[in-house]
Design a protein around this ligand. Structure first.
Ligand code: SAM
Length: 332
């Protein structure tokens, strides 16, 4: 198949679609889900897997080559293994991945792997069971570890561990997370806490920049840049400790302003195409689909979303306003 390239109005090559398949989650992370929970979407408001695959097919024909399945927690939606199978078989998908909190991974890893999921990102914001429970409001760390071990056993590669940096919570673990990479072939990725949604508890005092984390790690270790090994690591700046098996990534979502290399679109569980994580501008694929639009019309809507991708976020500007949708309803 002759591959097309999706180029937006700011000369960025857009090849990555993040698909959220649910707004439900079996955890309640303090930075993602408001304490009172959220009003969940009704079943009929969520895209069916057939609808998701149809959109994905069109997107892939237009030039998307990377797909990530996310949520909410993707593993709580029934039939997710089938979806992985369908997406992995789409001609033109070069990279299929998933972000999960890992709670159900030990039971799903094998069927997911067999269905075509060869790599995975697992969120794990603390290595201490009590703090993990506090951050996730009830999560059991040992279950996540079991899932990660299973992913290793199967040979999923790379295994990436997402750590949202939360000042006052997990910054004392930066060195422990870094040390994980000495013996394990994983990529630990420190992600700056982002102000997404009106109720995710984002406060300047909770924010810790990646450069501060780098400073903490460099007190104990040499961080060697491995920028040349950057494959499928998105916006992460990559490093390796001397002699380490794994690597460390820094995702400077706030301080780094990496919008000039942003390559992604997001599809929410209720079928909205979202050109920028931080902006509430959305394009309603679900309505178009359910009104009976043709593939050609859906393609036009995809291009409309693309051409509305802003040049960059404005988080550091005084005029910045948080988006209304919570992360749990967007899909990180
Ligand atoms: N439930 C899955 C999980 O926990 O990985 C997938 C969805 S979650 C929204 C996707 C990723 O977004 C996770 O790695 C999570 O830590 C990250 N995330 C959520 N809210 C965030 C925020 N405000 N700032 C930075 N990262 C955030």
């Amino acid at each position: 198949m002759q591959m097309k390239k999706l180029i937006d109005n700011h000369e960025r090559h857009i090849n990555y679609l993040r698909i959220s398949i649910t707004d439900r989650c079996n955890l309640r992370c303090i930075y993602c889900m408001p304490i009172e929970g959220i009003a969940h979407l009704k079943h009929e408001d969520i895209l069916s897997y057939e609808e998701i695959v149809r959109i994905a097919k069109i997107a892939v024909k237009e030039g998307i080559t990377k797909i990530r399945i996310t949520g909410g927690e993707p593993l709580v939606r029934k039939g997710v293994v089938d979806l992985v199978g369908w997406l992995s078989q789409l001609e033109g998908v070069e990279d299929l991945s998933m972000t999960t909190n890992g709670i159900l991974l030990s039971e799903f890893a094998q069927p997911l792997y067999e269905a075509g999921l060869k790599r995975i990102n697992v969120s794990m914001d603390s290595l201490k069971p009590d703090l993990f429970r506090e951050i996730t409001r009830g999560g059991e760390l040992s279950r996540v570890w079991r899932g990660i071990e299973k992913a290793y056993e199967l040979g999923m590669n790379p295994i990436k561990i997402n750590v949202v940096a939360l000042r006052g919570f997990n910054e004392h673990e930066d060195l422990d997370f870094a040390r994980l990479t000495l013996e394990r072939n994983c990529q630990v990725r420190f992600i700056e806490f982002m102000p997404v949604g009106l109720k995710n508890g984002w406060k300047e005092e909770r924010y810790l920049s990646c450069s501060s984390i780098r400073g903490i790690i460099e007190e104990g270790y040499n961080l060697n840049s491995i920028a040349s090994e950057k494959i499928n690591s998105g916006p992460a700046d990559l490093y390796r400790l001397d002699g380490a098996k794994g690597s460390i990534g820094f995702i400077n979502a706030i301080s780094g302003h990496f919008c000039s290399t942003c390559n992604r679109l997001r599809l929410t569980a209720d079928g909205k195409l979202r050109p920028c994580l931080f902006s509430d501008k959305e394009f309603d694929m679900r309505m178009a689909l359910r009104f009976g639009d043709s593939d050609e019309e859906l393609k036009t809507l995809l291009h409309k979303a693309l051409s509305n991708k802003p040049k960059g976020h404005t988080i550091t500007e005084p005029t910045f306003r948080k988006c209304v949708r919570e992360m749990i309803k967007i899909g990180g």
